[in-house]
Design a binder for this molecule. Structure first.
Ligand code: FAD
Ligand code: NAD
Length: 471
């Protein structure tokens, strides 16, 4: 039987990064993945394929709506070849997951394909044929990192037929462009994939339970994105409680109660259910190892990300916290370094959140709502993207950067932005906050002109002394 210092169960961004860091630190490492390709949700059916389709659909929208204004004329009709678009997405996925194979080899990590189940706290059976339940292999590991990720959640009354009533996984490989896509859940997945199909020509109706889209982000971001989506003719129904989803032939009928308690019926041909994701521990046999799963289905961990079994750790979507690839990665590194006797640290307040719509939405630190609730006195500096020369050059006028700073000390407490390339720009805010910069610190740093990042400097000037230069 092969003996390892560390076995990692699950090869998503949490698991594969944990495995690499363990190997870098000299531990004999194995990784177990039940699917044929490595990379988990993120690389196979999450971050990477959704961004590939967002990029392709963005190019199409630009070609149809904006090229002419730029003086680019394309004779004849511009058409979408969905099959080709999906094939390109898959090629990107294949290339990326193949890259993880390479990284495992490079770091001498043993890869086992099959379902990993605990036999006890130090033994894992790896079953290559889940249907027969027969373990084909067993390994011994001094320490194990559970990185089994998450799966889409559903509402109890919805039958996902995965043809027309679908999750994000199917939405990434549709064979036709929906005529009318109904999106249940106006969170990250609903808005990103809703925008893909809106750009490709679908009518898109979003049905959201809360009183605003992206409800966990700063309310100002929700408001701005909602404005942009409405301008693009999305139908956005907030404060709607979905009661039923019924499939009749090629039609999908969604019934919901609106704020006044009136029943609303929406008919479409596809319905994307994007109401969150749930931690995944099926088949793990956690109890055999003494690993506690809480009533939310998460693997319970302490501040060292250690489970109730002292040699078993858990990271990523399967534990508490934001379900984000980069959060899972940080936790993978954290556990590996802890195992090697180092003293790593994660500041969860500084894990940025991004929605890859266009304009992009990005945030780090506290929202205004959180600061108010905590009774922290703060000041605000906000700068609109439309006031930038760079924004006018590319016609990306929507959005703003908002900086929240401590009223007394001027320390930056939160940065929230909607705008072109906000996903990349937020990194500046993360660096500033990691070093506990004040708004004035950022306002005194040179930002290249013309760039979108000038909005960060201007918002910092506005927060410091209400003296933005260009507005
Ligand atoms: P996962 O990536 O879910 O990987 C877990 C792996 O474990 C899977 O491969 C699974 O097969 C395997 N596994 C499970 N149980 C076993 C077992 N018993 N034995 C062996 N293998 C097992 N996050 C971002 O930060 N940015 C984005 O842009 C983004 N976009 C997304 C878009 C979509 C459509 C979706 C669905 C998600 C997106 N996410 C994004 C979220 C991101 O994918 C997850 O937060 C991330 O993948 C979590 O990583 P993980 O390693 O915890 O788990
Ligand atoms: P989410 O939590 O972002 O959004 C779910 C939305 O569904 C929420 O707005 C919620 O209020 C709403 N909702 C819940 N129950 C409802 C109901 N009964 N009726 C109507 N609306 C309802 O979840 P998601 O969009 O499914 O994404 C899942 C996870 O994947 C998220 O945690 C997210 O962090 C991650 N993800 C991240 C990215 C990114 O980083 N860009 C992209 C996609 C997914």
């Amino acid at each position: 039987m092969n003996l390892y210092d560390v076995a990692v169960i699950g090869s998503g961004p949490g698991g594969y990064v944990a495995a690499i860091r363990c190997a870098q630190l000299g531990m004999k490492t194995a990784i177990i993945e039940k699917y044929a390709t490595l990379g988990g949700t993120c690389l196979n059916v999450g971050c990477i394929p959704s961004k590939a389709l967002l990029d392709s659909s963005h190019h199409y929208e630009d070609a149809v709506k904006h090229f002419e204004e730029h003086g680019i004329e394309i004779p004849g009709d511009i058409k979408v070849n969905l099959e080709k678009m999906i094939a390109r997405k898959q090629a990107v996925v294949n290339q990326t997951t193949g890259g993880i194979d390479f990284l495992m080899k490079k770091n001498n990590i043993d890869v086992y394909q099959g379902l990993g189940s605990f036999k006890d706290a130090t033994h894992i059976t790896i079953s290559t044929d889940a249907s027969t339940d027969s373990a084909s292999e067993e390994i011994e590991a001094k320490n194990t990192i559970i990185a089994t990720g998450s799966k889409p959640s559903n509402l109890p009354f919805i039958k996902l037929d995965k043809e027309r009533v679908i999750t994000s996984t199917e939405a990434l490989k549709l064979k036709e462009i929906p005529k009318h896509l109904i999106v249940i859940g106006g969170g990250v997945i609903g808005l990103e994939l809703g925008q893909v199909y809106k750009r490709l020509g679908s009518e898109v109706t979003v049905v959201e339970y809360m009183d605003r889209i992206i409800p966990t982000m700063d309310a100002g971001l929700s408001k701005e994105l909602n404005k942009v989506f409405k301008k693009a003719k999305f139908k956005v129904n907030v404060s709607h409680k979905v009661k039923s989803v019924e499939r009749k032939g090629d039609e999908v009928i969604v019934k919901a109660d609106n704020k006044k308690g009136e029943e609303v019926e929406i008919k479409g041909d596809y319905c994307l259910v994007s109401v969150g994701r749930r931690p995944y521990t099926d088949g793990l046999n956690a109890e055999a190892a003494g690993v506690k799963i809480n009533d939310r289905g998460q693997v319970e961990v302490n501040e060292h990300l250690q489970t109730s079994a002292s040699n078993i750790y858990a990271i990523g979507d399967v534990i508490k916290g934001a379900m984000l690839a980069h959060k899972a990665e940080e936790e993978g590194v954290f556990v590996a370094e802890n195992l090697a006797g180092q003293k790593p640290h994660i500041d969860y307040n500084l894990i940025p959140g991004v929605v890859y719509t266009w304009p992009e939405v990005a945030a780090v630190g506290k929202t205004e709502e959180e600061l108010k609730e905590a009774g922290i006195a703060y000041k605000t500096g906000q700068f609109p993207m439309r006031a930038l020369g760079r924004s006018r050059a590319s016609m990306d006028l929507d959005g703003f950067v908002k900086i929240l700073a401590d009223k007394t000390t001027d320390e930056i407490l939160g940065v929230h932005m909607v705008g072109a390339r906000a996903a990349d720009m937020i990194a500046e805010a993360v660096v500033a906050m990691e070093y506990r910069a004040s708004a004035e610190d950022v306002s005194r740093m040179s930002h290249a002109h013309p760039t979108f990042t000038e909005a960060i400097k201007e918002a910092a000037l506005a927060a410091t002394e209400d003296r933005a230069l260009h507005i």
